[in-house]
Design a protein around this ligand. Structure first.
Ligand SMILES: Nc1nc2c(c(=O)[nH]1)N[C@H]1C(S)=C(S)[C@@H](COP(=O)(O)O)O[C@H]1N2
Ligand SMILES: [Mo]
Length: 196
């Protein structure tokens, strides 16, 4: 039964599969609660807190440079998927469009539907992180977080907020939804930072 849903890592990719993880066949969906349905027309994105408050609509956000990404994806419930193909906007390009207060050290990611997750600035502002609006060449589906989600490949995927609509910049660490419910505050898969 297990073999139907999971694969054993092959020798050439075993070093990319963190301890305690199996490779998923397909791309599972993992959502707490209902799936928000957000159209491109209604989608908005804001920054506030220790950043100059700004708001984007879809076409404003699309003016940021687009890139293709290939990234591994690790869910704390023990499945991983290697080489997921996305199209999106680099976090480092997005950061050039905002004015940050020097005191900001942490971020709360906010989403349609009310999900939150926290991340430190040094884990957020990395070349490998991006806002994604396409998955395997198709517009990002509702269930995978469309029209826009964050992807943070080096941390467990609960940090990769689906239906993202804002970033709150903070001068201290506050805990998001799963972090308040026992998940690790940082969540690095190769260190198995699963639960606190
Ligand atoms: N808004 C929101 N983002 C979320 C979640 C969620 O429930 N709500 N689940 C997280 C978890 S635990 C995982 S593993 C990934 C799953 O992404 P996927 O459904 O595209 O595989 O989304 C993350 N982002
Ligand atoms: Mo997850």
């Amino acid at each position: 039964m297990l073999g139907k849903f999971f694969q054993k890592p092959t020798s050439e990719n075993s070093d990319r599969v963190p301890p305690g993880q199996h490779l998923a066949k397909g791309f599972p969906v993992l959502t707490y609660g209902a799936t928000p349905q957000v159209s491109i027309e209604e989608w908005e994105f804001s920054v506030w807190g220790l950043a100059k408050p700004q708001k984007w609509n879809w076409s404003d956000f699309m003016e940021l440079p687009h890139n293709d990404f290939t990234a591994d994806f690790h869910c704390v419930t023990r499945w991983s998927k290697l080489d997921v193909k996305w199209t999106g906007i680099k976090v480092t390009d997005f950061m050039k469009a905002i004015e940050l207060d020097g005191e900001a050290t942490h971020i709360m990611e906010h989403c349609y539907g009310g999900y939150t997750t926290n991340i430190a600035i040094e884990d957020f502002v990395r070349e490998a992180n991006f806002f994604a609006f396409q998955l395997f060449g198709e517009p990002l589906s509702d269930e995978h977080g469309g029209p826009m989600r964050l992807v943070v490949p080096h941390l467990y995927a609960w940090k990769s907020a689906k239906w993202i609509n804002g970033l709150e910049f903070l001068d201290r660490e506050e805990l998001g939804f799963w972090e308040r419910n026992g998940y690790h505050r940082r969540g690095e898969p190769f260190k198995e930072e699963r639960y606190s």
